[in-house]
Ligand binder design. Structure first.
Ligand SMILES: Nc1ncnc2c1ncn2[C@@H]1O[C@H](COP(=O)(O)OP(=O)(O)OP(=O)(O)O)[C@@H](O)[C@H]1O
Ligand SMILES: [Mg+2]
Length: 509
């Protein structure tokens, strides 16, 4: 008997069949991955299971008993714990407060702090987390905060743990730590449902996988019985032959780059965020920022986009010194920025796909010169096609799109504003394999038309493959610049991992 069985689940939204008679089951002690392209129905299946949505048809059995949770809270009480991609905790509060927020044990009408401390220690040690529960949450890394989120969601009575894209902002070591926790929980008899767009991780951590495409169940199988190629073919509905002949972007490094210096930074820096650095960006160039999470990549970008003020150095735009005191100023100087944390810094969930896409363009043009509806529709249609945004129509609120498709909308917004420089912070995070290749080739097309790009990515292969030149970040310092034949993966890894900074001269081509 499986621990959990979802039978014949159907869920429709206006204009979309998000789930079409899907069957899914999970055994105790098993990690089971849900895979599929953006919009395939993965999150919807989870939301039906956790009582966020109610299915139109079908039933859910937990340990052979029919359940119909009406809210995430109720599903948690029934033993189904979920950790969403966004960490919904309060950074200013202590770890123990975060763990028991809203369900503090009381004693004589007061919060029982002694008991909280004991419970917190127990919950943390279950995940092998050796931290002081009285410290504020914000004093820990994102990875640790995520583990704390898991600790919070894991009641003693939890039978099922759901992780929806938990690893997208973790580095290699942190992913390993998370996986060792998953293995431990499996050995305690929990069933784990894992969602990720990283195929490597799916193959590493799961026992079985279920493939969804367009709301339909394609196949459930043991991971050891399927190859990567077969998996991608089934996810995308393409034949294996097609995939074999499809060439990945082969790179035309070093070509087409103009001599024109579009952007320059001289000794730009900000205390605690990033040590003073120099940077040049040329017309049509892709400059990669490589480094681990927290190495200062995003902070350097924030200075260039006016999100934070530097305390030393200057910025020149085509040779002229400029002061970029706000993102609005940056946009006027022709700079766009696709932020890493798109959930909080970019999407307007209630506005339509069209409204979200034309936003930056309209703001650059000035709100007193509104774009005609026809023009808006033309732009939107164009981007829905080139980025293959999956939406029933362009008037749909963005909040109703799948996570990956929301991301494509924000990318479209920046591209529509026709910037001369665009900073892309993790542009393919949460985006499925097919769309990822599309976005990479789009980036190169834009470049060959003269757009200059700063590309930030934690996936080293991605920066390596796409950049003409790379700056390597380590511990808030730009330690080196790589180009030409020196620009290769082993060199990047070496620089990232090394204990002390290498003098730039020794590495430069
Ligand atoms: N609240 C909603 N209202 C309307 N449509 C929705 C809603 N939630 C999801 N959908 C639609 O259902 C389909 C499946 O979306 P879902 O979020 O389950 O995809 P996903 O597989 O999780 O994708 P991703 O990998 O991008 O996160 C999509 O077409 C989406 O637009
Ligand atoms: Mg999703």
């Amino acid at each position: 008997m499986p621990l959990l069985a979802m039978k014949n689940i159907t869920k429709t939204f206006p204009g979309v069949m998000a789930l079409d008679g899907v069957n899914f089951d999970l055994c105790s002690g098993e990690a089971h991955s849900l895979v599929g392209e953006n919009g395939a129905g993965k999150s919807t299946l989870i939301k039906v299971l956790t009582g966020v949505y109610r299915q139109d048809e079908g039933e859910i059995l937990l340990e052979d008993k029919r359940i119909q949770p009406l809210s995430p809270f109720e599903s948690q009480r029934m033993g189904v714990s979920t950790v969403y991609q966004e960490i919904n905790l309060v950074p200013e509060l202590s770890v123990e407060e975060n763990l028991f927020l809203g369900r503090q044990p009381m004693k004589l009408g007061r919060i029982d702090w002694k008991k909280i401390r004991r419970m917190a220690e127990k919950a943390l040690s279950r995940l092998n987390l050796q931290i002081d529960p009285s410290m504020p949450l914000s004093s820990f890394s994102i990875a640790t905060q995520q583990m704390i989120a898991i600790a919070r969601s894991l009641d003693i009575s939890a039978r099922v743990l759901i992780l929806d894209e938990p690893t997208s902002s973790l580095d290699h070591h942190e992913v390993e730590r998370l996986f060792s926790i998953i293995r431990k929980l499996k050995s305690e008899g929990l069933g784990v449902i894992f969602i990720s767009h990283f195929l490597d991780q799916i193959f590493e951590v799961s026992d079985r996988l279920t493939i969804l495409r367009n709301g339909q169940l394609i196949e459930t199988c043991e991971v050891s019985r399927i190859s990567r190629l077969e998996l991608v073919a089934k996810m995308t509905g393409k034949s294996i032959e097609d995939l074999k002949t499809a060439q990945p972007y082969s790179g035309k490094k070093g070509t087409n780059i103009g001599k024109r210096e579009i952007l320059k930074a001289e000794r730009l820096g900000r205390k605690k965020d990033i040590a003073p650095f120099d940077l040049q960006l040329h017309e049509g160039e892709i400059l990669g920022f490589a480094g681990l999470l927290g190495s200062g990549r995003t902070q350097a970008a924030e200075l260039l986009f006016g999100l934070k003020q530097p305390d030393t150095g200057k910025i020149k735009r085509e040779g002229v010194e400029v002061s970029i005191r706000s993102p609005q100023k940056a946009v006027q100087y022709g700079i766009g920025f696709l932020p890493e944390d798109r959930k909080t810094q970019g999407i307007f969930p209630d506005l339509s796909v069209r409204e979200n896409i034309i936003l930056a363009f309209q703001s650059k043009k000035g709100w007193w010169k509104p774009l005609s509806r026809k023009k808006q529709e033309l732009i939107t249609k164009n981007f829905i096609e080139t980025l293959q945004i999956k939406t029933a129509d362009m008037e749909k609120p963005v909040g109703q799109l799948s996570g990956g498709n929301q991301q494509k909308v924000i990318l479209a917004r920046w591209l529509a504003s026709q910037p001369e420089i665009i900073i892309l912070d993790e542009p393919t995070r949460g985006i499925d394999v097919g769309a990822k290749a599309e976005i990479e080739s789009l980036i190169h097309n834009l470049c060959s038309e003269g757009l200059s790009i700063i590309l930030i990515s934690g996936e080293l292969e991605e920066v390596e493959r796409n950049s003409h030149r790379i700056m390597v970040f380590r511990d808030k310092v730009i330690v080196s610049e790589l180009e030409g034949e020196n620009l290769n993966l082993p060199n990047i890894m070496k620089l990232i991992a090394e204990g002390e900074a290498n003098p730039r001269e020794t590495i430069q081509a």
